[in-house]
Design a protein around this ligand. Structure first.
Ligand code: BUP
Length: 411
């Protein structure tokens, strides 16, 4: 083995669902004596991202922080596209700025790890620089199988004459519950002009040029997908997919916890063991106000204690009004006897590891699922969009969660 320091450059995409696993992976490299450079797209779309980055760098001053400055994202109210997707597009269009940045780093980079949503424009650059290029897949390996197979699937769907209806299924290698109902395919893959569909069409064929794929998953949950991916059943010549999850929240997140969730933790400390249902739909999913009121009403009628994180806007910087305005004063007052409802960033990992939490109503974002798995918390899945239906089905077939059919899983 050479004594040379491995210098890993990491390039995450937008949103907490992407940044969090990147920083957890960075911690793994740091614990294994690698040098880490974090190329950070700025300004971040959400406040939560900039706070987590600041905290990460204050805990790990040895990490080389390299800003990658972009024009600020437009306010979400002024655009029809998801601001996080728009940021992905901007990032992809700005990768020509990277070669000089990469070449200026010292010691020279030995490995480049980019987000799954960014790798194809970057791969041209890493190939030119003869730099091994890996990606971090931030979703399930089942979803990665769909992503990898998507151009073939899209071709076969477009050659069908009839319109698909929700009960039709499509065969996707690597998905343990294939045929996949058409209705469970992430809608962004089916909209002809969507940023993420174009991205999947353009990038999937280029996966074969990668050196490897890091996946925040584990054999016990995704053996079927991992086996199919690694034996070339999903895509021929697929580079190795390494299951290195579930990522563990590292020490650096502790200060974040103390700073941001004392109220929820104090409240949980006073509840009996396993008595609380934790309810959260992720960092960038909002529900209509009427639906939120219905959820509040349902939680009251469930008879359980609950801790509910409410979000009114896709981007946290735009949250302006309080709980009373979102849910109505009457409901907020009524819920005080039974639960704690917050409209702020909490430390979900710490909440899920708390002994008072006995269940999790989740949108089935992949980080949420892996955090629940790590802590053995059963899930009631309520998938909303994107990869969430596929992730929810994994939860269901693995036996540590349920998904209400009425909530529109499609199976
Ligand atoms: Br909200 C919230 N605190 O208050 P997912 C979220 N999180 O720690 P998403 C908090 O954000 P994508 C909060 O623990 C997880 O690590 C949570 O990621 C954390 O869903 C992360 O679960 C959310 O993957 O992202 O936000 O919908 O669309 O990328 O899956």
């Amino acid at each position: 083995m050479s004594d040379e320091v491995v210098h890993v450059a990491m390039f995450p995409s937008a949103g907490m669902g992407h940044l969090t696993p990147f920083l957890r992976l960075a911690s793994l490299f740091l614990n294994n004596n690698c040098k880490v450079t974090l190329i950070t797209p700025l300004p971040t779309v959400s406040l939560a991202e900039s706070q987590l980055l600041d905290h990460f760098h204050s805990c790990f001053p040895q990490v080389n922080r390299v800003p990658f400055n972009l024009p600020p994202p437009p306010p979400s109210s002024s655009i029809s596209v998801d601001p996080f997707f728009l940021r992905v597009q901007t990032l992809r269009n700005s990768t020509h700025l990277l070669p000089s940045l990469i070449s200026s780093l010292s010691p020279p980079i030995t490995v480049f790890i980019s987000d799954i949503l960014l790798f194809s424009p970057l791969n041209k650059i890493t190939q030119k620089l003869s730099l091994p290029n890996y990606i971090l897949n931030t979703s399930s390996s089942a979803m990665f199988s769909l992503f990898s197979h998507f151009p073939t699937l899209a071709q076969s769907l477009s050659s069908q004459e009839q319109e698909y209806d929700a009960s039709d299924g499509v065969l996707v290698p690597g998905i343990p519950f294939s045929p996949l109902p058409y209705s469970s395919i992430p809608p962004f893959l089916l909209q002809p002009t969507s940023i993420l569909r174009n991205l999947a069409m353009e990038d999937s064929p280029k996966l074969v040029y990668l050196h490897g794929v890091f996946a925040n998953t584990f054999e016990a949950l995704e053996s079927h997908s991992l086996e199919a991916l690694n034996s070339g059943k999903v895509v021929k010549n697929m580079p190795p997919v390494y299951a290195v999850g579930p990522f563990v929240p590292f020490e650096f997140e502790k200060g974040q916890k103390e700073a941001s969730s004392p109220r929820s933790i104090k409240w949980l400390d006073d509840q009996p063991i396993g008595s609380v249902v934790y309810v959260c739909f992720g960092s960038r999913t909002t529900l209509g106000r009427e639906q939120m009121k219905e959820i509040g009403d349902g939680l009251m009628r469930s008879g359980y204690k609950f801790l509910w994180v409410v979000k009114d806007k896709i981007v946290d910087k735009e949250e302006e009004v309080g709980l009373d305005e979102v849910l109505g004063v009457e409901l907020v007052e009524k819920m005080k006897d039974r639960g704690l409802v917050v409209k702020e960033w909490v430390d979900q990992s710490e909440i899920l590891s708390h002994k008072s939490v006995g269940g999790f109503v989740s949108h089935c974002g992949w980080n949420s699922i892996t955090e629940a798995a790590l802590n053995g918390v059963p899930i009631l899945g309520w998938p909303q969009h994107g990869d969430q239906k596929i992730n929810a089905k994994l939860v269901e077939i693995s036996g540590w969660g349920v998904v209400e059919q009425e909530l529109g899983l499609g199976w």
